[in-house]
Design a protein around this ligand. Structure first.
Ligand SMILES: [Cu+2]
Length: 231
């Protein structure tokens, strides 16, 4: 009995290995093909080749809260060091750091990388039932262009857009996409919001303590002056 189970288990595992090897061979031999069954990226819809990547592109699946597509946008974005010159402290930049779109709209991004290093245009916080990890993602190697499409839900929300290469967001590749009225500005968006968050090291209501101590100072000074005037 045990031997039979072992034989079946071995047969299954060798089948699995064979299937995986075949899949890998297929992927190697057909660069650029859509491989939604990629091992480890089972649920990603990904097109990948040597000059870039398009992940989770969605041209037709509507978010649950949208009855139809309200509007189509075609947005061209350039990435590169030349777009950082207007913003002190940055190294990389994008030609647009803010995108304003209508609820339930369909957005096609054409992303051109004008640098030699790789850059990405990645948006977070999309509905996970449509976009694995809540993410839509374009990546272009130096001098290349990638195009992809996604559809946003109906709620007013501000989405983070960035390049996820190490230190690129910190060095200027940060943007925001506002659906409808948005949900406020993100911090450190070049040309939009300030570059740092204030750390709250002061005690709460410190303005109150400051006011009270100033008033106490004035009272003491007044008392002191009036005593001096009337010995
Ligand atoms: Cu980058």
């Amino acid at each position: 009995m045990l031997a039979v189970v072992l034989v079946i288990a071995m047969a299954n595992s060798s089948e699995a290995v064979l299937a995986e090897t075949t899949r890998q061979t297929e992927q190697k031999s057909t660069p650029g093909k859509v491989h939604s069954q990629h091992a480890g990226h089972k649920h990603h819809n990904m097109i990948l080749d040597s000059s870039g990547m398009v992940m989770n592109s969605n041209h037709e699946k509507l978010p649950q809260d949208c009855a139809r597509i309200s509007r189509d946008y075609e947005i061209t974005v350039y990435a590169g060091i030349e777009f950082a010159t207007d913003y002190p402290g940055t190294v990389f930049g994008m030609s647009e750091h803010e995108y304003l779109v209508e609820p339930c709209s369909r957005i096609t991004i054409t992303f051109t990388n004008k640098d030699e290093v790789r850059h990405q245009w990645m948006i977070h916080g999309l509905p996970r039932y449509l976009y694995p990890g809540g993410m839509f993602h374009l990546e272009a190697t130096g001098g290349h262009t990638r195009t992809g499409t996604f559809i946003v839900p109906s709620d007013d929300k501000t989405y983070l857009v960035h390049c996820d290469m190490a230190q690129h967001m910190e060095k200027g590749m940060k943007a925001q996409l506002k659906v409808g009225r948005g949900s406020g500005d993100l911090w450190s968006i070049p040309g939009i919001s300030s570059g740092f968050k204030q750390d709250s090291y002061l005690p709460k209501k410190s303005w109150l303590y400051l006011l009270l101590s100033s008033m106490a100072g004035i009272v003491l000074a007044t008392l002191f002056m009036s005593r001096k005037g009337n010995p």
